[in-house]
Design a protein around this ligand. Structure first.
Ligand code: ADP
Ligand code: MG
Length: 254
């Protein structure tokens, strides 16, 4: 397995008046191509800060970070953005789709920044939507899609630039248990294609679908273990003798 991420002794210190918060306090992590990694930890433990640094959205205060052998901890903002656009796709809890815009147009949007337009952009957006199982919903707007379908549109949008890494901060936080399984099954299939996925979750039941679990506390990694991933099968859940107790979110999107 080739190394995609090599982060060493990452520090991120926020100064608030007189006090300092060590959001990352010496995090070292190495992640290979195709790994499917779950990050867990209490609120405030540094998960989002780590995702922001890994995602080249923010630079660490100290430490080194190599992504696909680019040393990104020393890049300026413009070069950071360029590495980000080439190598990384983001998926958010709240989907972040443009509301009055079709699935195809939402998905092709990142290609604008890459200078790809028109027919070619549309062709690639359709292919990405087919990859996530939405080949029959190309012209639907977000309001005409379920929450799980909206998240799949967002994943297709993250895939359109053919990233090596997908970062997802609580991607299933707004989804019911069946839809969560659909998204986990989709992530597992992407891992098999060599795409690395790192996602944050609060639910141990969801973390079990990953091939590796990292636990954070107070800005430090306190556990980091490979595991045999559970099979995410949305159809099995309905009949299983011991169904997964996934917590359905009350305010889930329609
Ligand atoms: P998590 O995602 O695990 O809940 P965060 O990475 O968001 O944790 O935050 C880690 C710590 O850093 C928290 O104590 C938080 O208050 C602090 N923090 C995060 N972002 C900022 C910021 N922009 N300014 C100051 N403190 C921050
Ligand atoms: Mg967070």
């Amino acid at each position: 397995m080739t190394t995609l991420i090599k982060a060493t002794d990452l520090m991120k210190v926020y100064t608030m008046g007189d006090s300092q918060v060590r959001a990352l306090d010496g995090v070292s992590v190495e992640i290979g191509s195709g790994e499917f990694v779950a990050i867990m930890g209490a609120s405030g433990s540094g998960k989002s800060t780590l995702m922001n640094v890994l995602g080249c959205l923010d630079r660490p205060t100290a430490g080194s970070y190599a992504l696909a052998s680019h040393e990104v901890s020393r890049l300026n903002r413009k070069m950071l953005a360029s590495v980000r656009n080439k190598l990384i796709g983001f998926v958010f809890q709240s989907f972040n789709l443009l509301p009055r815009t079709t699935a195809v147009d939402n998905v092709s949007l990142p290609l604008l920044y890459a200078g790809v337009y028109g027919r070619e952009a549309e062709r690639r957006a359709v292919a990405a939507l087919e990859t996530v199982g939405l080949g029959k919903r190309l012209d639907h707007k977000p309001s005409e899609l379920s929450g799980g379908q909206q998240q799949r549109v967002a994943i297709a949008r993250a895939l359109i630039t053919e990233p090596r890494l997908i970062l997802a901060d609580e991607p299933t936080g707004n989804l019911d248990s069946r839809t969560t399984l659909e998204i986990m099954a989709l992530f597992q299939s992407l891992g098999a294609r060599g795409i690395t996925i790192v996602f944050v979750t609060h639910e141990p039941e969801i973390a079990q679908f990953a091939s590796r679990l990292i636990v954070m506390r107070d800005g430090k990694v306190i556990a980091d273990k490979k595991q045999t991933p559970a099979v995410a099968d949305p159809d099995a859940d309905a009949h299983a003798a011991a169904p997964l107790k996934l917590v359905a979110s009350a305010g889930g999107a329609a």
